[in-house]
Design a protein around this ligand. Structure first.
Ligand code: CAO
Length: 243
């Protein structure tokens, strides 16, 4: 690919050079590899989290007693894990031989974590077999370890699907880059109250904007449509998570 020409920025004003951290350099190389290798498509949808949020707030005193913070994240991890079980066409990787697809009979979920040293993606193993408290506890521990630079290499390997949440920061949507050899990633933006037509009137509902990017070599638009509809249904009615 044509290189971007080197520019002497000091001709335009004051500058300073700061060394990139090891993680920042690794992320840059991984992002470029993924961007160039993976033909990306991103689909968008919104989940109605009015009930999820009411339940989450109701659970806050119990969360405090357990010493764990309960954000929307563990519900999203659980819903993604369940959706991968229900739509196994999403729980795959392309085999390096170009002749096979690897179908996974396990469900490990990566979570993108913003740390002072850069972006890290610890992995929650067997997320489909864990409850909300366990997922809240484990994700909080992994986030803490990531921010303290204490993650072990095997705690960042083996994800089937990644969740990147910028919900606490804001924004109405973004197009996340697939973390190959995974074939899909979900971007979560900030929930906000919106008027939603219920058939007879507009009702204020808390709507969560979601984006799913996928590798079009491994997944077709129709597969994503099915997966995403399932995922949104699970998030919008968390009673389905126990089915
Ligand atoms: N909409 C509205 N509010 C949200 C929300 C959403 N989608 N997601 C979280 N919030 C709220 C939480 O509920 C919490 O509020 P309360 O204390 O009132 O409950 C508040 O925002 C702060 O949440 P948090 O940041 O402590 O926790 P989290 O579970 O939402 O996020 C983590 C954890 C690790 C995903 C996040 O801290 C992070 O690092 N995100 C960045 C990921 C990233 O950089 N992605 C880009 C990758 S590509 O460059």
């Amino acid at each position: 690919i044509p290189p971007i020409p080197e520019v002497d920025f000091s001709q335009f004003g004051d500058i300073e050079l700061q060394p990139m951290s090891k993680i920042k350099k690794l992320t840059a190389a991984n992002m470029q590899r993924n961007w160039l290798n993976v033909p990306h498509v991103t689909q968008f949808d919104e989940a109605d989290i009015t009930d999820l949020d009411a339940f989450r707030k109701q659970m806050k005193p119990e969360a405090e007693k357990r010493g764990v913070k309960i954000t929307p994240l563990p519900f999203l991890i659980k819903a993604a894990a369940q959706a991968l079980k229900l739509e196994p066409s999403f729980n795959v990787s392309l085999h390096a031989d170009g002749e096979h697809m690897v179908h996974k009979h396990y469900v490990h979920i990566g979570i993108a974590v913003d740390t002072p040293a850069g972006l890290m993606v610890p992995v929650i193993r067997d997320a489909d077999k864990k409850g909300i408290w366990e997922l809240a506890q484990e994700s909080a521990e992994l986030v803490e370890k990531a921010r303290a630079g204490k993650l072990k290499p095997n705690e960042m390997k083996g994800a089937c699907f990644t969740i990147s949440s910028l919900g606490a920061m804001g924004g109405t949507g973004f197009t996340p880059i697939v973390n190959a050899p995974e074939v899909a990633i979900m971007g979560v933006s900030k929930a906000q109250m919106k008027p939603v037509w219920n058939g007879s009137e507009f009702e204020p509902r808390n709507m969560l904007p979601l984006a799913v990017s996928y590798d079009h070599r491994a997944i077709n638009g129709a597969d994503c449509g099915r997966f995403f509809t399932t995922l949104v249904a699970l998030i919008s009615d968390i009673r389905r998570l126990v089915l």
